[in-house]
Design a protein around this ligand. Structure first.
Ligand code: FES
Length: 101
């Protein structure tokens, strides 16, 4: 198990190691409208990983290529649908309207 903290709401939930980050965010009751069903195609699940980046799965070429098309990416950017949780606590920041795609 690991802890997932979601900003700006500050909700913290327990998630299984190896579980999908987007699924955890939705399970916490956060709204993250996606259009591609987790295929790294829509970019709607773009967020910043504030803490715990070393614990989550590495970025794949497919995810990296999609992030290259999104406005406002940073070194903290990930696509939630492409991230599997590790065993360390993770804090993410949902970008909402701040994420251009
Ligand atoms: S859900 Fe579409 S890119 Fe993640």
């Amino acid at each position: 198990m690991s802890l997932l903290t979601i900003m700006p709401s500050g909700k913290t939930i327990e998630v299984e190691a190896g579980s999908n980050l987007l699924a955890g965010i939705l399970a916490a009751g956060e709204k993250m409208p996606t259009q591609c069903g987790g295929e790294a195609k829509c970019g709607a699940c773009h967020l910043f990983v504030i803490e715990g980046r070393k614990s989550i799965t590495r970025m794949t070429p497919v995810e990296n290529a999609k992030l290259d098309t999104i406005i406002g990416v940073s070194s903290k950017s990930r696509l939630a649908c492409q991230v599997q949780m590790g065993t360390e606590p993770v804090t993410v920041e949902l970008l909402g309207a701040l994420s251009g795609f």
